[in-house]
Write a protein that binds this ligand. Sequence first.
Ligand code: HEM
Length: 213
Amino acid sequence: MGCCGSKVASEDPRRSNKSVLKSPVLCASSVSQGSKHTHTASTKSTVEEEEEPALDERSILLLQTSWEEFNKINSGQFSNLYGVMIFVKIFQLSPAASTLFDFVDETEEVSLMKNKKMHCQVDHVLNALSTAVTNLGQLAFVAGILQKLGGRHVAYNMQEEYFDSFKIAVMYALEAALEDKLTEEHKAAWKVFLDIVCENMLIGFRKQKQLND
Ligand code: HEM
């Protein structure tokens, strides 16, 4: 749980009665094949009826084990170093993204490592990623959470192009933390996963923008 109590991290599919396929859901299987499509509740109405295979079992295992390892390393001696590194990289790639955080004065790694609010924000994102990685077997559930989260980012002044920086930044931090342990197979699985995260957040983001217009 993050220091600011992110709701996302506490969601549990076993306690959720929501029909998560009410809105279009991005299929991981189609992402990995390079063609994206959506389907709606009119064809499938419950999580249990979801037939589309998510990432295959091996990819899910690779994601979960490497994520566990990343978290172990990230909670080591320099706590959250690699989590903060994600934001440092985002701010390098998209300098304007730093203006969304009122507590960010300097974007240097050393100053951000000392910034408690930065650590809180890192916890938000890492917790959200943990929820997604942990529940990958239930992609429709994960998609529902991410779409809502994406919708909330409209109010945070998020810009669509920042998602590309986010994907690069997460991969960068994973490589820095895991070094040789992050194989090409791991990287391929992470690429598909990060696409799923950002595509679903974008679905919610665009829907919320339309509602606001
Ligand atoms: C470059 C990309 C991103 C930027 C610039 C960004 C920006 C922000 C901002 C400005 C806030 C509000 C902070 C506050 O008011 O305290 C926020 C909250 C949050 N962000 Fe992001 N975000 C990004 C990507 C993501 C991604 C990819 C995830 C999830 C995987 C995520 C998860 C969260 C969560 C969980 C919160 C806490 C508030 C909530 O649940 O609505 N963010 N983000």
